[in-house]
Structure formats: C-alpha cells, structure tokens
Design a protein around this ligand. Structure first.
Ligand code: NAD
Length: 237
C-alpha cells in the first residue's frame, strides 16, 4: 500500500492560478464580462483607496452585499475537481478571487493574492486581520486599537503583499493551470512569467482567443467546469 504522503512526494507540482471566471458558474459575477462593471458598480467607486477615503459607508455596503451573496454560494464542479486532484498531485492554488470557494471545495493550499472577503482588517494597522463570522462590517466596527475595520481586500492601486510568495511557489511549477482570468490586473497577471521553462502551461477560459500568451501554451476555450474536466483527462494520460 502506498501512503498518501508518498504519493504526494512522487507526484507533479501543479499550480492553479484562478480568476473571477473560476467562480462564475457558482453565480458570482466577473467584471471584464460586464463592461468593466462589477455587479453594476464602477471599480473606482468601490475598490480603491480613494473610494474608501471618499465614502466608507458605500464601500462597506458593496462588500457586505458581496459577502451576503458569497455566504449563499457553493463551489462548482471545477473547484471540486481541483480539490480532488490533491489525492494524486501536489496542488497549490493561487487565486485572485476574494471568495472562499476553493477552500469550501476542500483545497488545502490556497493563497489569496487579492485578500479574502470573509476577513476584515484595521484601516490603520493592516497587519491586524480578523475572521468574519457574519456578513457585514459596519461603520464603527473597530480593531483592538479602536480604528475602523475595512474589508481585507487588496484594492486597485494598493501593493500586493503576497506577490513574492506566489512567485516562489510558481517558480517550481511543473504544471500551471490558469483558469478564468482576463490577465488584465497587474502585478498578478505577471505570475505566468514566473514558471520554469519546462513547465506545461494550460489556459481555461471561454474568451481565451483574446489573450496574448507566450508560445507553447495549451488553450482550452471553455468554461471552468468543462475545461478542468478535459484537462484532467489529459493529465491522467
Ligand atoms: P476578470 O473579470 O477580469 O476576467 C474574468 C475572465 O473569466 C474573463 O477572461 C472571462 O472570459 C472568464 N470567464 C467568464 N466566465 C467563465 C467561466 N464560466 N469559466 C471560465 N472562465 C470564465 O477577472 P480577473 O482576471 O480575475 O480580475 C478581476 C479582479 O476582480 C480580480 O483581481 C478579483 O480580485 C476581483 N474579482 C473577484 C471576484 C471573486 O472573488 N469571485 C469576482 C469579480 C472580481
């Protein structure tokens, strides 16, 4: 009998880099597919430090709505299949998504490049981060030092503190699977260039033809669920 740990040691290192399209089939909207709007909001109105400075209540309400929606959402089949892949491969998920659907599906190594919706952080001390067990952050909710809490989300124009960790993980990938991202948001999108030369790279996205990719990528023009199913068949061969 082969123990689980032994299987993992001999199996290939898979890095999955996911974006908003990964969760589209769970009912969470992307924004590039909607003329730059995210759930009918302009990004600059709700997802920038300037928006926070201008109108905290509006920003909180936008993310409170996202959180209420997420609490009702379920992982889709693609999330589930990637979680199962851990039985045979060393799988690292690097996601641009702020939802927790990879974890809900059972993935155990998930790095959130752009933060997590189900966490709050102090607006003054970003290292003070709190798990949320309710949907709303309200004006007046504060950290232990008395400063207002904000969503633990990396807004446009802010630094991406986990970028270096993500690059280190990606730099030893044997298989890279990019799913449901327009590769328009930087620096996150530059992660695809961190792979070693010999890495097998796949892209699953119904609009893949619009993206400029390095040579030798396998492009699967389909939704996350259909794309991951056919890709896993390919890996099994
Ligand atoms: P994006 O909106 O720029 O691009 C989404 C991509 O998903 C597009 O290329 C589209 O063709 C593809 N797509 C649409 N439906 C799909 C499906 N069913 N299966 C597979 N692919 C599909 O998203 P992005 O590149 O991730 O960048 C957006 C930023 O917005 C991210 O930084 C993220 O933090 C944030 N965001 C997060 C969520 C979430 O957490 N679920 C949702 C919206 C936006």
């Amino acid at each position: 009998m082969i123990s689980n740990s032994k299987m993992k040691k001999t199996s290939k290192k898979v890095v999955v880099f996911s974006g908003a399209g990964m969760s589209a089939e769970s009912g969470l909207k992307t924004f590039r597919d909607h003329d730059g709007l995210w759930e009918n909001y302009r990004i600059e109105e709700v997802a920038t430090p300037e928006a926070w400075a201008a109108d905290k209540a509006k920003v909180l309400e936008f993310y409170n709505m996202r959180r209420r929606q997420l609490m009702q959402a379920k992982p889709n089949e693609a999330h589930a299949l990637l979680a199962k892949l851990e039985a045979t491969h060393e799988v690292h998920i690097i996601t641009q998504n702020i939802d927790n659907l990879h974890e809900k599906a059972g993935s155990t190594q998930v790095l959130h490049l752009h933060g997590e919706l189900m966490k709050a952080q102090s607006e003054r001390h970003p290292e003070l981060i709190y798990e949320l067990d309710k949907s709303d952050i309200n004006l007046g909710d504060s950290c232990e030092n008395g400063h207002q809490l904000r969503p633990n989300v990396v807004w446009f124009g802010e630094a991406v503190p986990k970028m270096q960790d993500a690059e280190i993980i990606t730099s030893s990938a044997e298989i890279l699977i990019v799913i449901g991202t327009s590769l328009n948001v930087y620096p996150a999108a530059s992660l695809i260039y961190a792979v070693p030369k010999k890495c097998n790279c796949y892209l699953v996205d119904p609009k893949a033809e619009e993206l400029l990719l390095p040579e030798n990528w396998t492009v699967i023009r389909s939704t996350a669920t259909e794309g991951v199913k056919s890709l896993l068949k390919d890996l099994g061969r």
